[in-house]
Design a protein around this ligand. Structure first.
Ligand SMILES: Cc1cc2nc3c(=O)[nH]c(=O)nc-3n(C[C@H](O)[C@H](O)[C@H](O)COP(=O)(O)OP(=O)(O)OC[C@H]3O[C@@H](n4cnc5c(N)ncnc54)[C@H](O)[C@@H]3O)c2cc1C
Length: 322
């Protein structure tokens, strides 16, 4: 029997000391709970092991993708037949005064809790973003006017050739829901953030509790989802609608609701009737169901308003990340 390059890679990674398995279901590793398997799934424990994954994958010409906490991905039903590098074991954190260093796989929420215990302020507004710090840097995740990029001072990543580099924030592009990592094969493994020392710990805990309660009430959380499916609309494209309605003009959900798709169901996927930019897996939804809803919303908003919706969710299939 011929062994394919991805299977060979998995064996080589195990021999190199990296935890790796073949044909592993990816759906449980995502908040959407949708999608087929990875050809191989590795769990490196540190930056060097991530570099080993990249170098061995390159040598065998096996494509690879990083996966953080899977809170902004839609995995295709056929899965990703190559190497998925799961970062969630890069979960250390070290506090040095008002500077905090952590692994790229640490949860944003866990980091927010850890820094609050040291009386460090700055992460309260983004404490409920349900992804990893590395995924948050990739997406420049944010909430209520604060983004991860605002707090970051330095990022370490593994380049596509396997070299490890560290660069200051000033050298890294950050914009609304995109960064210098977006669409590249760079894997964020370590992040440093500067916060504000001397804050009252119980006040920080109270503020974060408030943010979490407010968001729990706002989002249709009981059903698996990926957060916002579409990015905020380009304000220049939406300007006429501000004048007409005076509200919600930059929200994709607003336009999805206006075209009458709030609550629309295809198969077992549904556009939430609570928050139209959240698409739900009602149980057993396929990626094809969700993609059909994305297509429907995009087409109808374009036809009725001339506005282009741009997905925020990262769609992953055999060809890569879109
Ligand atoms: C209920 C809910 C609420 C949400 N609320 C918000 C919100 O308020 N604000 C917001 O911005 N987002 C929000 N999101 C979306 C999501 O949490 C963020 O985009 C988050 O930053 C994704 O991180 P992740 O680790 O889950 O990334 P994944 O979903 O695992 O991956 C997302 C992308 O990042 C890449 N990636 C992951 N890790 C790395 C890494 N270490 N290096 C390089 N690339 C990497 C992946 O390849 C993929 O392309 C929400 C999602 C849910 C489900």
């Amino acid at each position: 029997m011929t062994v394919g390059p991805t299977a060979l890679l998995a064996d080589q990674l195990v021999k190199a000391g990296v935890a790796c398995s073949r044909e592993v279901a990816l759906a449980p590793l995502t908040t959407f709970k949708i999608g087929g398997p990875a050809g191989a799934l590795a769990f490196p424990e540190d930056t060097q092991q991530v570099a080993t994954c990249v170098c061995l994958a390159n040598a065998l010409e096996v494509p690879y993708l990083p996966l953080g906490w899977g809170s902004n991905v839609l995995i295709a039903d056929e899965g990703y037949p190559h190497l998925v590098i799961a970062t969630r074991d890069l979960d250390w954190v070290r506090v040095e005064g008002d500077l905090v260093r952590c692994g790229g796989g640490l949860g944003v929420s866990n980091l927010a809790n850890a820094v609050a215990e040291h009386g460090l302020a700055g992460m309260e507004k983004i404490c409920d973003v349900p992804g990893s710090v590395g995924g948050g840097v990739y997406m420049n995740a944010g909430c209520d006017g604060v983004t991860l990029g605002d707090l970051v001072t330095e990022v370490t990543w593994v380049k596509p050739d396997g070299e490890v580099v560290t660069r200051p924030r000033a050298a890294i592009h950050m914009a609304y829901r995109e960064s210098g990592f977006t669409g590249t094969s760079r894997i964020v493994t370590e992040v440093a953030l500067r916060l504000v020392s001397g804050a009252d710990r119980s006040a920080l805990a109270g503020q974060m509790e408030g943010v979490r309660c407010e968001r729990a009430a706002k989002f249709p959380l009981p059903y698996p989802n990926c957060g916002s499916v579409f990015k905020r609309i380009d304000p220049t494209a939406a300007e006429p609608w501000v004048a007409k309605d005076g509200k919600g003009a930059y929200s994709a959900g607003y336009y999805i609701e206006r075209v009458g798709l709030k609550g629309k169901r295809l198969g077992n996927a549904q556009i939430s009737d609570q928050h139209a930019n959240f698409f739900l897996n009602l149980g057993g939804a396929t990626a094809a169901d969700v993609l059909a809803l994305i297509d429907l919303a995009t087409t109808q908003v374009r036809e009725q308003f001339g506005i282009e919706l741009h997905p925020e969710v990262n769609v992953i299939d055999a060809a890569g990340r879109h």
